[in-house]
Design a protein around this ligand. Structure first.
Ligand SMILES: *Cc1c(COP(=O)(O)O)cnc(C)c1O
Length: 379
């Protein structure tokens, strides 16, 4: 948390709607039931604040959480309800077995070496330890190969030491439901899961997979981006609520004559007299430099184009369309919101909503709209 003074003088305000995150979670949970719905809160909940996001989701009944790194799990774990399950997607780093076991975390075992080390840790601890086992169903990123699955399936000692709480895999093309790779991965996954641990719960679907048919949902779905308002489907239309609003303060407004250049390299030159506002954020705050001259800001619904290069801490904005004095130092203009949604920003930057969200910096005033949902029973 930043100090109050830092917030009061911040160049920009990021508003995170926890109520919308919970609504998105509950919409997915209703869609995939009776499968359970986990929450992926890696990378600080895609930049939005893992502790706050996870607390709101736990209040709404979420009991399964995923982060990527063990360090993230060690920080988040103590803030979760005691009965919550916290999985570490990137697995078990060598030497981390004891720390992982002591903290009650569940590594996603991605290799035979990790599986053996976790079993050894269980023997050392004198108790069975829970874990997820990941199999590679065709993405070639993390998880056991078919040969590895054969070897582990034959290792009865492993199953005596390790409680396989989940067999999981990950879809490479989940944003495109019709991609033939999805059906191939589903059948490979089910075959490998059957071979490894026939009775264990299964999990294959991320956000996109949660919008695919029920066959993809298994026992537990693992949405991330959909919780945070990013549309998981390439063609859009998943009907989720927007979560993030980004507003930036005007630092200065000036009138420049015809021929004046704006910003580094003077790449924008005013063709006539223009009014230029300078905004208090830049690429150091995660606003992509490649959006210079492409994106806009909005003031009371009026589109104001960004001009010139994006600086580290500032952005030039052409505000000539506003009346003189209408926009003043300290005013907040919209950069991500109803007029310029997250998806539009990602499209202009030729990237994905995930990258925009996870790049958003640490210099913003952060305002959390509370979740109004209470009384989740746990699932
Ligand atoms: C990041 C991640 C997810 C969540 O993906 P989204 O596309 O954000 O829903 C789920 N599973 C695994 C293994 C992941 O790495």
């Amino acid at each position: 948390m930043r100090s109050d003074a830092f917030d009061a003088y911040a160049g920009a305000r990021l508003t995170i709607d926890l109520d919308a995150i919970v609504a998105n979670y509950l919409a997915i949970a209703a869609r995939v039931a009776p499968a359970r719905t986990a929450a992926v809160v890696k990378a600080d909940a895609y930049g939005l604040g893992a502790t706050k996001v996870a607390a709101a989701l736990a209040d709404a009944g979420c009991r399964d959480f995923f982060v990527a790194m063990l360090g993230e799990a060690l920080e988040l774990g103590p803030t979760l309800p005691a009965e919550a399950r916290l999985y570490v997607l990137n697995g078990l780093p060598p030497g981390a077995e004891q720390a992982c076991a002591q903290a009650g975390l569940r590594p996603v075992l991605n290799s035979l070496a990790q599986a053996r080390r976790w079993a050894q840790a269980a023997r050392a601890a004198g108790r069975r330890l829970p874990a997820a086992v990941q199999v590679d169903s065709g993405m070639s990123r993390l998880g056991l190969s078919a040969e590895d699955v054969e070897q582990l399936a034959a290792d009865r000692g492993f199953f005596a030491d390790v409680d396989v709480a989940l067999v999981m895999s990950h879809l490479a093309c989940a944003d495109t439901p019709d991609a033939p790779a999805n059906a191939r991965q589903l059948s490979t996954f089910n075959a490998l899961a059957e071979r490894l641990a026939p009775g264990a719960p299964r999990s294959l679907a991320n956000s996109g997979g949660s919008f695919a048919s029920a066959a993809f949902h298994g026992d537990l779905v693992r949405p991330g981006i959909a919780l945070y308002g990013g549309d998981p489907l390439a063609q859009g239309g998943s009907g989720l609520r927007d979560v993030v609003t980004l507003e930036v303060r005007v630092v200065q407004v000036r009138t420049v004559p015809a021929g004046a250049g704006v910003g580094y390299g003077l790449t924008y030159v005013a063709g006539e007299e223009r009014r230029i506002a300078t905004l208090g954020m830049g690429y150091a705050d995660g606003w992509p430099r490649r959006l210079g001259g492409k994106a806009a800001a909005y003031w009371r619904g009026v589109r104001l184009p960004m001009v010139g290069r994006i600086s580290m801490d500032s952005i030039g904005l052409d505000v000539t369309d506003l009346a003189d004095g209408e926009l003043a130092e300290g005013d907040l203009v919209e950069l991500i919101g109803p007029h310029q949604p997250l998806q539009a920003v990602a499209d202009m930057a030729e990237t994905i909503t995930y990258e925009i969200l996870t790049s958003l910096g640490r210099r913003f005033e952060r305002v959390y709209r509370p979740s109004t949902y209470r009384g989740g029973q746990g699932q």
